[in-house]
Design a protein around this ligand. Structure first.
Ligand code: IPE
Ligand code: IPE
Ligand code: MG
Length: 246
């Protein structure tokens, strides 16, 4: 389907899963899998920007991922630092703003430093926002929002959905239209619990390192064929109300 006739998600969120299994199937180390996965992520960023996606969110490291072997955690951070250092110029050239969904405080100093640098340098970029969900947990994010509201003394009657959303890491950004998960698991693993209330989901068996442009195209075709209803009837949804009402 040509891009011009296909609705493109304004916000695409991805659970980049299967690096370990991809490597194992090739007799490689898990680190090699993560390295290959980083290349896939790089390509996806560029492709999404070309396609006109305005917000791209990548599940990069969950709070639960801290429980993995220390070596693997270190490899993941090394790759992240390298990605940020290598890609800064390219992000600026592509006018892509970096955002982090997650608390920076828990990261090693070197990771924090480079993150802060790239966040500051790309702050004014407007063509696309690249959100890295790092040290991220949907439940923890919701609790953090509750704490912030209580700390600010917000009255119970003023706790609306809009006010609540302002306390999430995604404040000011639209909810994901499409969530893609690779590598065959049919679960959301604590990802964007609040924000994905009405997202479309696309699951594929393809492991993350093999998720290339053609695979993205398949996911976008599947998305284009969905009818979003937001609780309305099929007739209402097709008579022009198929956009997110928020
Ligand atoms: C995704 O690949 C990357 C991260 C979770 C950081 P995995 O490392 O989870 O790969 P599998 O699921 O073990 O194959
Ligand atoms: C989700 O993948 C987290 C990331 C992709 C960063 P996991 O591999 O950690 O999820 P589970 O453990 O299979 O649910
Ligand atoms: Mg996994």
């Amino acid at each position: 389907m040509p891009d011009t006739f296909r609705p493109i998600p304004r916000h695409l969120a991805v659970i980049m899963d299967g690096n370990g299994r991809w490597a194992q199937a090739r007799g490689l180390s898990r680190s090699e899998g993560h390295k290959a996965g980083t290349e896939t992520a790089k390509r996806l960023v560029t492709r999404c920007r070309e396609l006109g996606v305005k917000h791209l969110t990548l599940y990069t490291f969950s709070k639960e991922n801290w429980g993995r072997p220390q070596d693997e955690v270190r490899t993941l951070f090394d790759l992240l630092v390298r990605f940020l250092n290598n890609e800064l110029a390219s992000l600026l050239k592509q006018d892509i703003r970096l955002k982090v969904l997650g608390e920076l405080e828990d990261f090693p100093f070197a990771v924090r430093q480079v993150l802060k640098l790239v966040l500051a340098k790309t702050e004014k970029c407007t063509t696309m926002t690249l959100n890295l969900a790092l040290n991220y947990s949907g439940r923890a994010e919701i609790l953090r929002a509750c704490r912030h509201l209580i700390e600010q003394g917000v009255k119970p009657g003023d706790v609306t959905e809009e006010r609540f959303a302002q306390e999430l890491f995604t404040a000011g950004q639209p909810d994901p239209d499409l969530v893609i998960r690779t590598s065959g698991e049919i679960r959301i693993s604590n990802y964007l619990l609040w924000q994905s209330a009405y997202s479309e989901y696309y699951f594929t068996e393809v492991p993350w390192p093999d998720f290339d442009d053609a695979q993205l195209d398949r996911a976008l075709d599947a998305y284009a064929a969905r009818q979003r209803r937001f609780g309305l009837t099929g007739e209402q949804a097709t008579s022009g109300l198929d956009e997110d009402p928020s």
